[in-house]
Every structure is written in C-alpha cells, then in structure tokens.
Design a protein around this ligand. Sequence first.
Ligand code: UFG
Length: 340
Amino acid sequence: MKKILVTGGLGFIGSHTVVELQNEGFEVVIIDDLSNSSVTVLDGIVSITGIKPEFIKLDLKDKPAVINFFNTHQNIAGVIHFAASKAVGESVENPLLYYENNITTLIYVLQALEKHKIPNFIFSSSCTVYGQADELPITENAPIKKAESPYGNTKQIGEEIIQDVCKISENLNAIALRYFNPVGAHPSTKIGELPIGTPQNLVPYITQTAIGLREQLSVFGDDYNTPDGTAIRDYIHVVDLAKAHVAALQRLIANHSGGSTYETFNIGTGTGSSVLEVIQSFEKVSGKKLNYKIVGKREGDITAAYAHTRKVNDILGWKAQLTLEDAMRDAWKWEQKIRS
Ligand code: UFG
C-alpha cells in the first residue's frame, strides 16, 4: 500500500482528498497546523472511510520539525501539498504573512522531497493564475497574468519554484492542479467547509444567510458584461475535485520512467455559472428564498472564468460528475448539520 503525505489534510479540500485516497487504497499521513481547520475533521474522515489516518500537528514553517518529520517517516511515495493560506483580502492586508506561509513552507517540503528522493508531488494551484483570461473557456496554455493579490502571486511563484526544481531534479514528477471554484461538501455530511469568521466566498455566505447567521447576501456587481450582469465562475464540487487528486497521483505513479516531469491541469466542470444562477440553484434545492441585494463590484474581481477541460479529461481521465445543484444541496445539508 503506497503511503501519501497530505499537508493541510484537515482543511476543506484536503479532508475530502484524504477520503478519496483512502477509498482508493492509499495509506495517508496528514500534517496540519490546525490554523484553519479542526482536529474533529479526523472523526468525519473515520466515519466515512472506517480508517483513521495518521495525523501529526505540525507547522511547516518550523524547518527542524519538517526535517524531523521526513527523517522519521520513511517510505512516503508522494506528497499532496494543500497547506497554505487562502484568503485573497487578508493577503492584500498582510502580504508577508502570505509569502511566508505559502512560499517558505513549499520550499521546505521540496527540500525534503529532494533529500529523501520522494518522486511524486501535487501542488494546489488556482485558476487565479490566469487573471481575466482573454479567451473562454480557459486552457492550460492561456498566458499567466500579473497576479491580482499576494495570494495569487504565491500560486504563480509556487508553480515557478516547482518547475525550476523539476529542471534540476533527477526524478521528480510534479503536477500543479489549477482549481476553479471549489464548493459543496461530502454528501455524507461528515465533512465540509468550516469557514472561520465571516465567509469571503459566495457559497458559504449563501448557506450562512439562509440559516440565519448572516442577514443578507451582497451580490457584488450586476453590470458585468455577462448575460445577467453578474460575474461568472466555474463551481466544482469538492468531491470531484478530491477525485482529481487521486487521478493525478495515479498518473504520477504510473509515469516513473526516470527523469522529471511537470504538468498543469485545470480542475473545473467546464461550465460557467453567474452569481444569480448560483442563488437560483440554491433556492431550488433548498426550497428557501434567499435574502440578497445587489451592491457595487468587489475590488479585484474578474468578469468570467471557466475551465477548458479537454486536457484533464484526456490525460488524467478525470471529468467532473456532479452538478452545481449537487454542490448546493450538499453545502446546504452540511450547513444545517453543523448548526443543529
Ligand atoms: N460574491 C458575491 N458576494 C459574496 C461573495 C462572492 O457576489 O458575498 C461573488 C464574487 O464577486 C464572485 C463570485 O461570487 O463573482 C465568486 O466569489 P468567491 O469569493 O466565492 O470566489 P472567487 O472567484 O472570487 O475566488 C476564488 C477563490 C480564490 C481564488 C479565485 C480564483 O476563493 O482563492 O477563486 O479565481 F483565487
């Protein structure tokens, strides 16, 4: 059984990926500093899969602790590196925190991969690297645009660092997965998103408004150049996204002919939905009317982004199976569960 290290494995995307890895027979070791997650997520993982992964509370900025972890955990076949800070606004307020949290930790992990000759690496990147792409849907060949935020910049720099390491490494296969907008929760309602404080993202804001935690959703802008005037994104169910990591890992493991490789894949559904369409979808599956109002645009927001998925469909053999309605239903079930 191959042992996979999942950093940030108790976070939103990390925890769903741990479930899918275990479902596919991988042994998982989780590192998480619990800065934006809870140790209770482990119970959710156990109740879905029946397997308790090894968990080590560790801050990846603590270099001696990282070195010690890899010295004492042999036979790691691959690393999926989720651990990172991800709030766009916070990164504008505190750029150094983001460069330290997201870049330093990546360097320490890559140093460990080199030292221990761990050949497989998956990096959580983002469609934010494309900025407002000139052509939709967005292919992996679309130019990388100047980052809108320090957070986005950490994803661009992260990809560049990995590419540079692959150039000199004898045997490192790396994949950067560029996520579009991850939403939803596990259909079992055992794990889901746990935003701290006021959510910045649309879907948790919708579900928290519907449950009565927030008074009203602000829709940021209705004068975009889109059919209904609201901005368009590609909302991908977190379980589909988690499965993309397993597909990427299987490709990396199968690929070992020697030498190094670096590849990027878009992880989205290929379909764009406007903010108003997301609200309609929520209202349909929940049977609730959402209290919302149109306000001005949010600074830094782009008009539209959705993925071209041919590369990931063809090469990873992965395709999103779940719909926006599935995601909204699962997000709503999860919100009701955690507030009950
Ligand atoms: N939106 C609202 N009201 C809200 C929150 C969001 O109208 O209260 C709108 C936004 O303006 C945007 C859409 O809903 O049009 C989606 O917003 P999110 O904040 O959920 O997602 P973003 O597309 O802005 O950001 C996400 C991730 C980032 C990542 C980015 C890449 O959260 O980490 O995608 O494009 F960088």
